[in-house]
Design a binder for this molecule. Sequence first.
Ligand SMILES: [Cu+2]
Length: 231
Amino acid sequence: MRLRYPTMLAMFALSAMLTWVALASEADKPTSPKDPSGMDHSMHMGGMEMDAEGMVMNANEDTLPEDCKAISKDYAFEVHAGTKYAEPYNGTIFGMSQHEFHVEPCSRITITFINEDEVRHQFMVHQLPKYLYPQGMLHIEAAGGATKKATFIVPSDNRTYLVHCDMAQHMEKGMKGQLVVGRGGIDFPSVPGVTGTFRRQWYTDSATLLAVFAGGLGISLISALLFLRRR
Ligand SMILES: [Cu+2]
């Protein structure tokens, strides 16, 4: 059997597309700092406080975002983290006492993060304005049994921010939440008790990736054969 050039091209394109889809969903995950202790970030910022109990990075109690004239409201959340808080949600191992937070635009938020586990946990908020929060991130990290507290101010736009623990596999295992400012933006998928599962959990391991690739190749081969037989 002789494969013609356009058929081979179509096969290649289809396989490449499926691989790209699988890789893109991998790349979609938030990137992690290499060193969970945050040591390699210390050069970037003045706002870092660290001790044996954990650390706080980029806390901001008084600098207003450019688009805010004043602080609209003060909030205080006490967030407990631990395996015990994962119990209500199937397929999770770690959890938080609260996975969704609603606040007003331009408000000031204080998070008291209480780690009830023996392993280290983090409370990270992403995509905050970078001129105020280096890397767009507020980072609280508490060692096993420790409590850490941090305050930050959100800008004026209606937006939903990702909250998660960046320790390996902790977000996938349930430590994921969202901070909804004002009317909020787009919900994040797979926030325990808040939003449904989306494609994030589909192509997570290389075995699945390989299966998708093989499937794509199979489909391409079958279509190629059908195409050849019709000629
Ligand atoms: Cu964690």
